[in-house]
Design a protein around this ligand. Structure first.
Ligand code: GCU
Length: 610
């Protein structure tokens, strides 16, 4: 890389154009290479951080991160930054609700904090970010650590060698500018919140650390657990070749051998014999979690894991060998008070509302939600559809877009692959059925299957409304066929919906991944008057009447549990909100359609459970 000139050696901050090239390096921060928290003790960096919008990319263009205040002769120079004197914003938090002028801001934002860290011998330190939207670059004590792409998945950087014991200066540039090559691209139906919207923490590990653990029931071998341990070995050869897996409630432990793979990575993988008759299999009715401890050398990784099998065959979905019907709803990650930066209590409120509605399933749209959502769902017994934002039209032929989508998918799977509640990985939503998109999505399906054979792979596909058929070529690669249809709202002839379903000849179970209608809270009128609560309720009635009559429809996740912010919804009733919620954007006020869904799910549960 060409020697970077200091600010005082020229005015390249105003004359050069490719100032950004040197800061595209993304291979030092990622969610795949470095430890997940694993319930280790962490040092939280959450709190008030200094912040400044960076409309002209000055952080990179003028290399503010160098904090040059004197020239080579030590004479004072003018400077245009004041990291520790800028106003503060909350981390985690989106900048949009922290100052009026930030409400609609899209662009780079500079975050700054100072922290002390007591160095310990033979300890490694990682900076882990749960998520920041969209492009994140990190400098520690003026050293550029790297770049992460993706607004909703965790990533980490090892900072051991850059840490000082006092006054570490951490600068994070989060940029939520929408770009064609990104995932999602420039057009989508939710609000583009910006910033470090989830937590930031320091993770301390021994020299040899357990980076990631997978432990699930084998999808195809009875009486068998499959395990995969990935280690991060910092220096030279590994001393300890053995690891131990203990499942407390079973009073069982297994010693497993760690090997160095061809790619130089230390790992252990294989099968453990287990007597499944002693297992309490996880289900919504019995969300039992086991305390798992994995130790290797001086490192200990702890997790609470539910064991269950999810499979699909002959147009049915099975949980632990029993046919199930997924009574669900779609939900965006947004709260009335904290917007995208939901608190754990707000997540729990969402799950409680879903259970009260009679749901056993939630489709977390259209991007990976906070990692606490799946942990809560494990405990509360709600199954989940998790999705990456391969949404509508993307640059399917752009290798950068492919790499970004794969990165987000791997980071999501590595984060949640021990969550019993997660039963479906979704690779996208409503993409046009073109050759480029098929190859792009097939690559994602193959990537997901390679990482995790213990779950179903899905996507929310479009119906061909010209021929009234379900014929998206992607369905051939999926375990479940997600279809979005809005008959009654965008399309008016319910006969077409019956025609589509009458002619469905695929062998995959169908989940209706979206259906619904808008209603402005409190607007009452006739069932044929759009935007009234009666109209939304009537469409739900009709939809359930039709959809419940097809035995190959094995799940429904209507759009959507709550009204939510979207800048492309601007009529005088919407005022910047998509009003298809059963509950208003206050996350309290329920519409007439709430009772329609509740009654329908009560009926469906009685039918399914006999
Ligand atoms: C689409 C899309 C949603 C969108 C919804 C709507 O199906 O998947 O993200 O908000 O339609 O039109 O409200």
């Amino acid at each position: 890389m060409k020697e970077k000139r200091r600010f005082d050696e020229g005015f390249d901050n105003i004359l050069i154009y490719d100032y950004d090239q040197a800061y595209q390096d993304g291979n030092r921060i990622s969610g795949e290479l470095l430890p997940t928290a694993g319930n280790r003790p962490v040092v939280s960096l959450n709190g008030e951080w200094h912040f400044c919008p960076d409309v002209f990319n000055s952080m990179v263009r003028s290399r503010w991160f160098e904090e040059t205040r004197v020239n080579r002769d030590g004479l004072p120079l003018p400077y245009d930054f004041d990291f520790e004197k800028w106003d503060t914003v909350s981390v985690p938090g989106v900048w949009n609700n922290q100052k009026a002028e930030y409400a609609l801001y899209e662009g780079p934002g500079i975050y700054f904090t100072i922290f002390d860290y007591e160095r310990k011998p033979k300890k490694r330190v990682f900076l882990r970010m749960e998520a920041a939207n969209y492009e994140t670059r990190i400098w520690l004590n003026s050293v550029y650590l790297g770049r992460h792409l993706g607004g909703f998945t965790p990533f980490a950087a090892e900072i051991t060698e850059y840490l000082k014991s006092q006054g570490n200066r951490l600068m994070i540039l989060a940029d939520n500018t929408r770009k064609g090559e990104q995932v999602p691209s420039v057009h989508y139906d939710w609000f583009n919140y910006g910033g470090i919207h989830r937590g930031v923490e320091l993770i301390e590990t021994p020299d040899i650390c357990i980076r990631s653990v997978f432990l699930q029931l084998s999808p195809d071998k009875e009486q068998t657990l499959e395990y995969r341990l990935y280690l991060s070995v910092n220096s030279g050869e590994m001393i300890e070749k053995e690891a131990e897996i203990v499942i407390k409630e079973l009073g069982q432990g297994w010693k497993v051998r760690c090997e160095k793979g061809e790619n130089g990575e230390w790992k252990a993988a294989g099968c453990l014999d287990i007597d499944e008759s002693c297992l309490k299999l996880w289900s919504p009715e019995q969300p039992f979690l086991y305390h798992v401890t994995v130790s290797c050398g001086n490192d200990v990784f702890r997790d609470t894991v539910g064991f269950r099998r999810i499979t699909s065959q002959n147009r049915q979905i099975f949980l632990n060998g029993k046919q199930i019907f997924l009574r669900g709803m779609c939900v965006h990650e947004e709260s009335a008070i904290h917007l995208r930066s939901m608190t754990e209590d707000e997540m729990e409120e969402t799950l409680k509302a879903a259970k009260e509605l009679g749901c056993n399933f939630l489709r977390l749209t259209h991007y990976p939600h906070n990692e606490r959502m799946a942990k809560l769902a494990d405990r509360m017994g709600i199954m989940l559809w998790e999705e990456i934002p391969v949404y509508w039209a993307l640059e399917f032929e752009n290798p950068k877009t492919m790499a970004d989508a794969k990165g987000q998918l791997c980071e999501l799977i590595l984060r949640d692959w021990n969550r019993a509640s997660v039963i479906i990985w979704s690779v996208g939503n409503e993409n046009p059925d073109t050759d480029a998109r098929y190859h792009f999505m097939k690559t994602l399906v193959d990537t997901a299957r390679e990482l995790d054979q213990s779950r179903l792979i899905g996507a929310a596909c479009l119906i061909d409304v010209e021929t009234h058929r379900i014929k998206d070529r992607l369905l051939s690669c999926l375990d479940v066929a997600g279809i979005n249809e809005y008959y009654g709202w965008y399309l008016k002839d319910y006969g077409e919906l019956r025609d589509i379903l009458d002619h469905y000849d695929g062998e995959k179970p169908i989940i209706v991944t979206e259906t619904g209608a808008e209603a402005a809270l409190g607007i009452r009128g006739s069932a044929t008057q759009v935007y009234t609560e009666e109209c939304q309720a009537a469409i739900y009635e009709k939809q359930f009447e039709i959809l419940f009559s097809y035995p190959f429809i094995r799940g429904i996740t209507p759009w959507i549990l709550y009204d939510y912010a979207s800048m492309r919804r601007a009529n005088v009733l919407q005022k910047g909100y998509n009003l298809k919620g059963l509950i208003g954007s206050d996350h309290r006020s329920r519409k007439l359609a709430w009772n329609v869904v509740k009654r329908a799910y009560e009926r469906k549960e009685r039918e399914e459970n006999g």
